[in-house]
Ligand binder design. Structure first.
Ligand code: AKG
Ligand code: FE2
Length: 306
């Protein structure tokens, strides 16, 4: 598909450059769903797999209904609209609510059972594990997520795990889904000094760092940049995105630079989750494991002498 069909894309308040060599569509790999060799080849080359329509749309919409019920109960939805539409109250902003996935059967079954787990099992060629923590995002009108890699948030075990980004409902360009930066996973020359830093590590021997950690603040947020076009200019490649539908998922590795489009609707929330999968035989990052994972809280911090 030519980029002529793309509207102006905006991410983190910046208009992206719309030339053909700077933006494009994700490659749909659903044609190779039954050919694991081909999926692995594409993943090695592209750094991501976009599996259009791989999951059961009705199961995804059922998960959406369960999530919007919980968002309504949390008081973040405008009661003048049907709950399923996920219309936000004014100034909703970026709502991060991992807790609403706890005990939510349609979401747990979708992410950690059935076809998705089978996909990762086949892909890794062995038993898999997933993080118990689910990053659930309900993003109101305004800015999306700025460019980053995931490793700084989850790099204490294997580095070969994968993120699964899941839209709960159809996500137009206006509502704003995820984008990945083509070829960025191969640019270790540019990532080296960024990607191996742990957001929860701090210098025990630096008073300013210790004070920040005590206040619950980060000394390094894990962000690569606040300017998506500038990151692209530095890395080369194209920003790749699409209009997602319920039933799609996008999976990528820890070194892939990604960000999301801004939500330019008047009042709709963009609902999505990110979850993580790895080989069962490889070490796991304990911050994300257990019924009440330490996450980035005080028990996840790691003091270093630096
Ligand atoms: O949904 C977003 O805006 C960000 C998601 C993300 O960073 C991820 O899936 O790792
Ligand atoms: Fe991410």
């Amino acid at each position: 598909m030519s980029t002529a069909t793309l509207p102006q894309i905006v991410s983190y308040g910046h208009e992206l450059d719309m030339d053909d060599d700077k933006i494009g569509y994700l490659r749909d790999s659903s044609d190779a769903a039954d050919d694991v060799g081909e999926l692995r080849r594409r993943f090695a080359e592209d750094g991501y797999l976009y599996m259009k329509g791989y999951l059961d749309r009705d199961a995804v919409l059922e998960a959406r209904a369960a999530l919007t019920d919980r968002l309504a109960a949390a008081g973040v939805l405008d009661e003048n609209y049907p709950t399923i539409e996920a219309v936000a109250k004014p100034n909703a902003g970026y709502i991060f609510k991992p807790e609403i996935t706890n005990g939510c059967a349609p979401v747990q079954n979708l992410l950690y059972g059935g076809r998705l787990v089978e996909f990762y099992k086949k892909f890794y060629g062995e038993h898999i594990r997933h993080y118990d923590y689910t990053w659930l995002r309900a993003i109101g009108p305004g800015k999306g997520t700025n460019p980053h890699c995931d490793l700084p948030y989850m790099g204490r075990g294997t580095h070969k795990h994968m993120t699964c980004w899941m839209p709960y409902g159809d996500i137009s360009f206006e509502l704003g889904g995820l984008m990945v930066l083509e070829g960025s996973h191969k640019r270790m020359d540019l990532l080296q000094n960024y990607v191996y830093r742990d957001v929860d590590a701090y210098c025990e021997n630096r008073n300013a760092d210790v004070a920040k950690v005590k206040e619950g603040k980060w000394t390094f947020t894990g962000t690569l940049s606040h300017n998506p076009p500038a990151v692209r200019n530095k890395f080369g490649g194209r920003w790749l995105t699409t209009e997602y539908q319920a039933g799609d998922f996008l999976t990528f590795g820890m070194f892939m630079v990604h960000a999301s489009l801004d939500n330019r609707t008047e009042n709709r929330l963009r609902l999505s989750s990110d979850s993580r999968y790895q080989r069962a035989s490889e070490p796991i990052d304990e911050r994300w494991i257990g019924p009440n994972p330490p996450a980035h809280g005080p028990n996840g911090k790691r003091g270093l002498i630096c």
